[in-house]
Ligand binder design. Structure first.
Ligand SMILES: [Zn+2]
Length: 175
């Protein structure tokens, strides 16, 4: 994409001038590349969603809203688009298979304690993989804590999910 963006910029017609053949070609290639990326993103999202929906009856997912801020980096935009496509695939796949998919408010899912509901004052740096609650002193892996926060917000019981593996799911050790 960046390459074709550059090609387009180089060949951009001056004001009031008709677009050159080179410009139109670069534009066509860019559109083709973009469509390919979107297709791959959707395919990956659907494959993942199929597995999640097959393995679970009820799923809580962050109601993620990509912002596509003008100043955000290309990498950030690409990541947002990928997360957005995956969430969409999950909702669609869940509906298709009659699963209970619940969207939860995405704010502070990494800052709240799943145990007592307290919120940390500052966001944890991404490198910090363990969540330690300042209020109730509970210690749990960061992602697990966030997952439990989402289940609680969705009105699902995290305790009911704990330790239960759906049939067919591979244990991490066995994978
Ligand atoms: Zn706590």
């Amino acid at each position: 994409l960046t390459r074709y963006d550059r090609m387009m910029a180089r060949r951009r017609p001056k004001k009031g001038q008709a677009a050159s053949k080179g410009y139109r070609e670069a534009k066509k290639w860019r559109a083709k590349t973009y469509a390919k990326i979107a297709r791959q993103r959707q395919d990956t999202g659907r494959k993942w969603a199929k597995k999640a929906v097959t393995d679970h009856d009820a799923i809580a997912v962050e109601d993620f809203r990509p912002k596509f801020l003008a100043r955000s980096s290309m990498a950030r935009k690409a990541a947002d688009a990928a997360i957005g496509a995956t969430k969409k695939a999950l909702v669609e796949m869940g509906r298709k298979h009659g699963r209970d998919i619940r969207l939860v408010h995405p704010a502070h899912t990494t800052m709240d304690c799943a145990s007592c509901g307290a919120r940390t004052k500052h966001a944890l740096p991404l490198s910090e993989r363990t969540y330690t609650c300042t209020a109730c002193k509970v210690v749990s892996p960061r992602d697990k804590n966030s997952a439990r926060v989402m289940l609680v917000r969705a009105g699902l019981n995290p305790a009911g999910v704990e330790g239960v593996r759906p049939p067919g799911a591979l244990l991490p050790e066995a994978a």
